[in-house]
Design a protein around this ligand. Structure first.
Ligand code: AMP
Length: 116
């Protein structure tokens, strides 16, 4: 079964596409956590960071150059933003198709809540 992200990339499920090239697709997160919340997703279906290989290095680099372009286009390059990738259960990964969150447009606070 293709993931929801694979269906979005193929144009078979709705999304607000922000950027697409031969390696990655970026679209708005359906439940944004900040004024800007974009998901940058490889077009190739890779479940998690655990599943990447050296053959994926061009695509992994493209995720970052896409992030830079999108942040610039969204007007948050100077104010700053966070790039985040969840891997499996302890990180709370919900969709098993590798993706990078780009969040910004407000002060984001500490990266993790401190456990006492
Ligand atoms: P993660 O917890 O890192 O797997 O993040 C999955 C993200 O995908 C969440 O922030 C969801 O809000 C988002 N999401 C799930 N379904 C969709 C969808 N159909 N379109 C856009 N974003 C989605």
């Amino acid at each position: 079964m293709p993931t929801i992200f694979a269906r979005i990339i193929a144009g078979q499920a709705p999304a607000t596409i922000i950027y697409q090239d031969e390696l990655v697709t970026a679209f708005k997160d359906i439940h944004p956590l900040a004024p800007v919340h974009i998901l940058i997703v490889p077009n190739k279906e890779i479940a998690t960071v655990n599943d990447v290989t050296p053959d994926d290095e061009a695509m992994l680099g493209r995720m970052f150059t896409a992030a830079r372009k999108i942040a610039q286009a969204m007007g948050i390059a100077e104010s700053g933003y966070r790039l985040l990738v969840n891997c499996r259960d302890d990180a709370g990964q919900e969709v098993y198709h590798l993706h990078m969150h780009l969040v910004g447009g407000r002060r984001l606070g500490p990266m993790l809540a401190r456990r006492d």
